[in-house]
Design a protein around this ligand. Structure first.
Ligand code: PCA
Length: 323
């Protein structure tokens, strides 16, 4: 009898105590499972589970499977999901600070991208905090390069090309190069090429590989023009509802995820360019004429961004250039 009672009591304690403290969090993310951002987030979720003794259990719903990319931020703001990931520059219409990382040649190396992030992070965190969101971490994609169907050396060859855009800046860049932009999510790239909606794009070697760019384009032109970031944020009320220890574990996992993600991004640049070549693409450096034209476009876009971003934008550039 005693043994049975003890067993039952132990079972009762095991079954109920962790369940009371358990937070099961669904996390919508936009990109597929093979993408390093998603893999980094899976490790972040593991770290959170470990750091909280299993009491915060994050399930990652990748590739827009829970909410489409364009709905993730509002879903987290409204508490439909407690945590999520998006491309930061997707929010540039709300606040220009979200677009600082998507201007051609403003910050085209990892060192420069990191300095720009240091100079803009507070503004991004504040803009999110105004909406009840807490910034956890941000990680850049590798440099953005051109995927085309011919060896473009003269910028005039770009005129009229149907070109994939993934944010305002890529759309504006296409316009300034006399191309015809159309917005396409990363997961829809193969269909957009195969149905003729697009004939070229600018994106990282990572997305080039995950979308099998060699099936639709022949030339990779290694411009590495900017490093746009994905960011992960949490609904502030959901975060504050956790214990202090749980919150600290999440913040520690986020800090580790940011450092790990930047390393993963840098490490994959060369690997994925090699994979594009192995897939059959011709890898070229931009001609002087193309580089000059892209630099010109970058200058126009910096001044346009400064016009919309006002004093906050000017302060970001001053901090960035002072670093
Ligand atoms: N991949 C994402 C954003 C930038 C990148 O490298 C995309 O192409 O949608």
């Amino acid at each position: 009898m005693t043994i049975r009672f003890t067993t039952a009591a132990a079972f009762f304690a095991l079954a109920t105590a962790p369940a009371l403290a358990q937070s099961a969090w669904d996390m919508p993310t936009p990109y597929g499972d093979s993408v390093f951002h998603t893999q980094n987030i899976m490790t972040f979720a593991d770290d959170v589970r470990e750091g909280t003794g299993g009491s915060v259990d994050i399930t990652v719903h990748s590739a827009g499977s829970l909410f489409a990319h364009g709905q993730i931020k509002d879903s987290v703001r409204r508490g439909l999901a407690p945590i999520g990931e998006i491309l930061m520059s997707q929010l540039v219409n709300e606040n220009p600070v979200f677009g600082a990382d998507s201007i051609p040649f403003l910050a085209a190396s990892y060192d420069d991208a990191s300095a720009l992030w240091d100079a803009s992070r507070e503004d991004v965190a504040e803009a999110l905090a105004d909406q009840g969101l807490t910034l956890l971490f941000a990680v850049p994609w590798p440099g953005q390069s051109l995927y085309l169907r011919e060896a473009v050396t003269d910028p005039a060859q770009l005129q009229g090309v149907s070109f994939r855009a993934y944010n305002n800046a890529t759309e504006r860049m296409a316009q300034l190069l006399d191309m015809v932009p159309t917005q396409v999510e990363a997961g829809d790239i193969p269909t957009a090429f195969s149905t003729g909606r697009i004939a070229g794009m600018i994106t990282s070697p990572s997305t080039g590989v995950s979308s099998q760019a060699w099936d639709y384009t022949t030339h990779y032109i290694d411009t590495q023009a900017w490093l746009p970031k994905n960011m992960v944020f949490v609904n502030s009320s959901a975060l504050e509802a956790l214990s202090d220890e749980e919150q600290a574990a999440i913040l520690a996992a986020a800090e580790a995820a940011e450092a790990r993600g930047w390393d993963m991004s840098a490490a994959e640049t060369a690997d994925k360019i090699a994979a594009l070549e192995a897939g059959g693409m011709t890898v070229m450096q931009p001609s002087d004429a193309l580089s000059e034209k892209l630099a010109e476009v970058g200058e126009v876009m910096v001044s346009e961004w400064l016009e919309t971003a006002g004093d906050a934008g000017a302060a970001i550039l001053t901090r960035y250039q002072g670093e």
